[in-house]
Design a protein around this ligand. Sequence first.
Ligand code: AMP
Ligand code: ZN
Length: 457
Amino acid sequence: MPLRLFDTYARKTRDFEPLNPDRVRMYACGPTVYDYAHIGNLRTYLFEDVLRRVLEFNGYHVQHVVNITDVGHLTSDADTGEDKMEVGAERTGKTAWEIAELYTQAFKDDLLALNAIAPSLWCKATDHIAEQIDEIKAIEANGYAYRTDDGIYFDTSKLDHYGYLARLDVTGLQQGARVDMGDKRNATDFALWKFSPTEQQRQMEWDSPWGRGFPGWHIECSAMSTKYLGEYFDIHCGGEDHISVHHSNEIAQSEASHGTKLANFWMHGYFLQVDNAKMAKSSGEFLRLAVLIERNYDPLAYRYLCLTAHYRSNLSFSWNSLDGAQTALNRLRDASVEWGEPGEPDADYLDRFTGFVNDDLNTARAMALTWDMVRGDLPPATKKATLLQFDRVFGLRLSEWQPAEVVIPDNVFALVEARQTARAEKRWEDADALRDQVQALGFEIEDTREGPQVRPK
Ligand code: AMP
Ligand code: ZN
């Protein structure tokens, strides 16, 4: 069953073959660490985690790089407005460096709680200023850059296919946008390097051949992905909002500096929505994973919820749907404990499962198949082994699940002991009365060959 993935660039599902047979090189755009991640952002990282797991399920070794945007992401896509990090610093009263540290750690903690496999490499924009400057120099040397009063810009009109990824109507955009262009030559041109304002000292700024300032947002991904994965690698991914600007610009930069479209496959996760609107950091109202945990949901219930929708469809979040996911996850866990030790997985189910996940990561159908298997009549040891194989992709930690230790209070324990003595002495009425007392305290007794088993009612 070949692995097939939807490539946004080609706008079709294509057979996946690694460019280099011994490893798959994959880059995912990381968060801008000016605030906590919301569960919408986390949906995108869960999609990327499932992608990685499916690649590994197919036997590939994956080199997975994720960046941390800690500078240069402006509040407007038109390269006006302020740097989000500097805004975040002002909002919190901390330095830009401090908030970068704080929100990076919080993001990594969220991923851990969601059982996302850690990337092979994390890389920070501020650790790669020299590489970004080199990339801009190459773009400039090839004739794609120009200078304005406030920075160095990419001239998108120099590329024949600028915006092909997003099927941008460049002429339409050009005609529509005359306002707010500043000194830019074309509406779609974007900043490679911005100069520091003369009237105010920025917290994050560096010297460059063009003057003191900071890199534009898009250049970091071109520079770091090229450094760690090469000029042309297998898969580049991110959320659907990256298609029209960020990824179109990354491609433009790579075409200008290296003559490649950067990645063989471009893949995008669709948004999590709340009340039919996208959940956005900038709106200020968003749900963090911590809020779900405070409300007693297991973070893996959110993971389960994301698995029930295809990554290329919007997912509406509601507390009801999260309840449903928590219940389903609990059932899977209970079933898996009840089945005991695993035997051999069922080959037919495994084939069908592979067919679904290899069909552009169709976890929704793979999950439906799982329930079919759970409810079916395979022997328990086969079910268990099959489920654990599926969980290599689902990542629900089913093999580690232990039912919570039930603590039997001392008084209940004493009553159970007394009942045993009464039974041994054939004082049946006393024994029954003791059982009633245990029940009144919320516990029930089952007499087994190994002795009485006590559990909460
Ligand atoms: P940001 O920190 O804003 O750069 O976003 C981090 C990642 O989350 C990017 O890949 C975005 O495309 C993605 N993203 C943002 N909002 C949502 C959402 N509501 N649902 C899913 N992914 C999102
Ligand atoms: Zn990026």
